[in-house]
Write a protein that binds this ligand. Structure first.
Ligand code: TRH
Length: 390
């Protein structure tokens, strides 16, 4: 008879699009294995997306070991047997394989209980999350599932952040030689520490086109560091690059504005890029959080949702982020964020000017924010406690 394996957690990840789904699951898997010595099995249905942010991923393997984690290909029927463990996480409400559910039902019917089954939800700063986090839900088949909501308050499931991340970041940022060495490694030549470096990992927006028009006249060189992929689409028109096939290492210049095309790296490399830039323009759930952990000002180009619901989520984040911020600086940052997300061209340029005026205050705030946002305990720690107590 199959028995529940203790200290063994399964995470099921279905890649909807881009890299955020696997990005979040991969970070969580690594942290649980590294900091809590949990035996983690990550099931993922799209190894190609995973390989883009973790180049060691073997595209042909149905099972593989990566950084102490077992990575299994999720195909149905499952090519590797699922053995129930202490915890089963379905990420972002993905539909678990029928054979997995059946095993849980069988276990329960034999009186052996069931794994702690959690649906890991999307991150939101909205207040309602407080009341929904950890709610149990009895399924028609008799199994119990709970909703685990990441979030920004003590009543939520917290925010993903490794225990030593801020120390590593501080060490990196204490020596500007680190960022210059990184830029050199990325093929960015003849730059100065005093240039303004802006990483751009956004979706397409007309706001960037207008900002480029403005930035080209900047007194200080502005260097846009843009990883390969859809983030580059926003620059095609400005740099006259229709039908161009971008390659990492390419460099384009117009006036005092530079566009540097970067390779995609693993998550450590991505974090270091964010730590190294003066401003980061980020997008989905994971890069948005990592931009906050970089302790630098950021623009969140939020993943668009039906009926502009993403603007509600953006507003909730802005309210929290600005709660203890000087009102003028808060207004400058909020206007920039809003105009950028509404694809506003002229207004984005105007709010960029206000942003620059408020930059000193925003820089200071960005340094304080991560500690208050974590609010005592990170997501993995809260999750481990939650499982222990459930
Ligand atoms: O890529 P995203 O837009 O992904 C997601 C998904 O689309 C998802 O379906 C949606 O629900 C969600 O957005 C809101 O953005 P995100 O979340 O920022 O994920 C990007 C991941 O890629 C993140 O883990 C960082 C990683 N990354 C690297 O590891 N290396 C890189 O070079 C880059 C540019 C990113």
């Amino acid at each position: 008879m199959v028995q529940i394996k203790s200290n063994h957690w399964d995470i099921f990840c279905s890649v909807v699009d881009n890299y955020g789904d696997i990005g979040v699951c991969w970070r969580l898997a690594k942290q649980l294995a590294n900091e809590y010595q949990i035996e983690v099995v990550l099931w993922v249905d799209d190894l190609a997306s995973f390989n883009t942010i973790q180049p060691e991923v073997d595209l042909a393997a149905t099972t593989q070991q990566l950084k102490g984690i077992t990575v299994n290909l999720w195909r149905e029927p499952l090519p590797v047997t699922y053995i129930p463990g202490q915890v089963l996480i379905e990420a972002f409400a993905c539909q678990l394989p029928a054979e997995v559910i059946q095993q849980l039902v069988d276990l329960k019917q034999c009186g052996q209980g069931q794994p702690c089954w959690l649906n890991l939800e999307y991150l939101s700063a909205e207040a309602w999350v407080d009341d929904c986090h950890a709610l149990p839900s009895l399924q028609a088949n008799g199994l119990n599932k709970s909703f685990y909501f990441p979030g920004f308050s003590r009543k939520t499931g917290g925010l993903l952040c490794e225990a030593d991340l801020f120390t590593q970041r501080d060490v990196w940022q204490a020596d500007s030689g680190n960022r210059l060495a990184l830029f050199a490694k990325l093929g960015i030549e003849h730059c100065l520490d005093s240039d303004r470096f802006i990483s751009v990992f956004s979706y397409e927006t007309a706001a960037l086109q207008a900002l480029c028009d403005y930035w080209q006249h900047s007194a200080t060189p502005i260097r846009l560091l843009v990883p390969l992929g859809r983030s580059l689409n926003s620059f095609v028109k400005f740099f006259n690059l229709d039908n161009h096939q971008f390659c990492a290492g390419e460099h384009w210049q117009k006036g005092n504005l530079h566009l540097h095309v970067l390779p995609l790296t693993d998550q450590i490399g991505f974090d270091r890029l964010l730590w190294s830039c003066d401003v980061n323009i980020v997008r989905g759930e994971d890069s948005f959080l990592r931009a906050q952990w970089a302790a630098k000002p950021f623009i969140w180009h939020i993943y668009p949702q039906d009926e502009d619901y993403h603007l509600v989520k953006l507003d909730a984040l802005m309210q929290r982020y600005c709660a203890n911020l000087d009102p003028t600086a808060a207004q400058a940052w909020q206007q920039l964020s809003l105009n950028f997300n509404r694809d506003q061209q002229k207004a984005s340029v105007e709010s960029w000017q206000h942003y620059v005026d408020a930059e000193e205050k925003l820089n200071k705030h960005a340094k304080i924010w991560p500690i208050s946002a974590i609010d005592d305990e990170d997501l993995a720690t809260r999750l481990v406690h939650f499982v222990k107590n459930s």
